[in-house]
Design a protein around this ligand. Structure first.
Ligand code: AMP
Ligand code: MG
Length: 354
C-alpha cells in the first residue's frame, strides 16, 4: 500500500520529522531549484509505518527509490518474521518451528543477523538477548489477550516466566556458516529478533542506497530513523525525539549520515489493574524494565543503535553510560519516569536549538 506525492513547485527549508508520531510537518519554502522533495510510505513491513523522504530530479527517480526500498524491506521482513510462513522461504519462524528437531538452511542475511545478535548479546552483557523468545512469547500472549479483553487483563505468572527462562541460553543458537544452517539445540528455545530486526534491515537498505548513489534521503521504520546526506537545499535533516506523552518532541537532532533509534515504554503496552506493562523485558527480573521511559541512541549504524537502545533500556544509567562512553561515535539520551533527561557526552553537540 503506497501513497506517493510530490511537492513540485517549491518549498521546504525546515522539515520536522517526529519519530513514531507519523507526522510530517512542512513549514518553510525550499530554495532548491533542481531537486524536488518526494514522500512515500507503506504499512506492510515490520508491523509499523515506514516513511521515506527523498530529494530527486524527477518523480520517476523518486518513485523507483521508494519501490526499491519497499522491495528490500519486504524481503527482510519475511526473512526475519517469527509469526508467519511464506511460500519457498525459510525464515526465523522455520528455525523456531524446528527447535530441537533439525538445522534449517537459511539465507545469508539470517546468518549475518544472528551472528550480529550474538555479538551484541556479549557486548551488552546479555541485556539484549534474541534467545529470550520463550519468555517474550508469554508476555506477548498476555499482552494481546489483555488488549483484546481489558477487563480480564492479567500478568503472566512468574513461575511460567521462570520456567521459560530456563530455555534462553544463547549458546544453544548454533550457526553453521559452512552449511548455511541455524539450529536451536534446545527444543523449547525460541528466537525473537524484535529488538534488532528493524534497525538491522534499515542499515542494509541504507548501505545499498548509498552504494547506488542516493544522496538526500530520510528513512523511518517505526522509531528507527536514518538520514543519508543532507536535504535537497543542503541543510541537515532535522529529526525530533518524541516525548513519551507522544504530544511533542523532547529535542531535535541533526541527522546527517546518522541513525536515531528509540526504545520506549510507551510504544507497546497493556494495562493491568490500572498499571501499564510494556514490551521490553529485563532478562534478570523477567518483568518490563523500569529504569526509563525512553532511551534513544544516535550512531552511524542503525543495527547497532537498535541493539543498544533495547539493551540500555534494561540497565541502570551508570552501566549504560559506561557502555556508551566506551564506544566511538555512539551517543545516548535517557529519559526517566520523572522526565529527567540525561545525555551522553557528545549528544548535545548534535542538538538543534531553533
Ligand atoms: P525495541 O523497541 O527495539 O527496544 O525492541 C523491543 C522488542 O524486542 C520487543 O517487542 C521484543 O520483541 C524484543 N525484546 C524485549 N525485551 C528484549 C530483551 N531483553 N532482549 C531482546 N529482545 C527483547
Ligand atoms: Mg532495539
Amino acid at each position: 500500500m503506497k501513497q506517493f506525492f510530490s511537492l513540485l513547485t517549491a518549498v521546504i527549508l525546515l522539515f520536522m520529522f517526529c519519530t513514531g508520531c507519523n507526522t510530517v510537518k512542512v513549514t518553510e519554502p525550499d530554495s532548491t531549484e533542481k531537486l524536488s522533495r518526494y514522500e512515500g510510505s507503506f504499512l506492510d513491513v515490520f508491523d509499523t509505518v515506514t516513511r521515506i523522504v527523498v530529494y530527486a530530479e524527477t518523480e520517476a527517480t523518486a518513485s523507483a527509490i521508494v519501490d526499491n526500498i519497499h522491495a528490500q524491506l519486504l524481503n527482510h521482513h519475511q526473512l526475519f518474521d517469527i509469526y508467519n510462513d511464506y511460500p519457498g522461504i525459510h525464515n526465523l519462524k522455520t528455525i523456531n518451528d524446528n527447535a530441537g528437531i533439525r538445522p534449517v538452511k537459511v539465507d545469508k542475511q539470517i546468518l549475518d543477523l544472528l551472528d550480529y545478535a550474538k555479538k551484541m548479546y556479549t557486548f551488552t552483557g546479555g541485556k539484549m538477548n534474541v534467545a529470550l523468545g520463550s519468555v517474550l512469547q508469554i508476555w506477548h500472549n498476555y499482552r494481546e489477550a489483555g488488549i483484546d479483553d481489558p477487563v480480564n487483563a492479567a500478568l503472566p505468572p512468574i513461575a511460567d516466566l521462570k520456567a521459560a527462562n530456563a530455555h534462553t541460553n544463547i549458546d544453544h543458537l548454533i550457526i553453521d556458516r559452512d552449511a548455511s544452517t541455524v539450529y536451536l539445540a534446545d527444543p523449547t528455545m525460541q528466537l525473537d529478533v524484535g529488538a534488532i530486526a528493524k534497525g538491522y534491515a534499515a542499515q542494509l537498505v541504507i548501505d545499498k542506497l548509498r552504494a547506488e548513489g542516493v544522496q538526500h534521503l530520510l528513512l523511518s521504520i517505526g522509531g528507527n530513523v536514518c538520514g543519508i546526506g543532507l536535504r535537497g537545499d543542503g541543510t541537515p535533516w532535522k529529526v525530533g525525539v518524541q516525548s513519551p506523552d507522544m504530544q511533542s518532541n523532547l529535542c531535535t537532532v541533526a541527522l546527517t549520515n546518522l541513525n536515531l533509534v528509540t526504545s520506549g515504554s510507551y510504544q507497546r503496552y497493556y494495562t493491568v489493574n490500572g498499571q501499564q506493562y510494556h514490551h521490553i523485558i529485563d532478562p534478570e527480573t523477567l518483568m518490563p524494565a523500569d529504569y526509563f521511559v525512553s532511551v534513544s541512541i544516535l550512531c552511524d549504524d542503525s543495527g547497532k543503535a537498535d541493539a543498544l537502545s533495547t539493551a540500555l533500556f534494561n540497565m541502570p544509567l551508570s552501566d549504560g553510560r559506561t557502555m556508551i562512553e566506551s564506544l566511538d561515535g555512539v551517543e545516548a539520551m535517557w529519559t526517566d519516569q520523572n522526565g529527567v533527561e540525561t545525555f551522553s557526552s557528545g549528544f548535545e553537540s548534535l542538538l538543534i536549538h531553533d
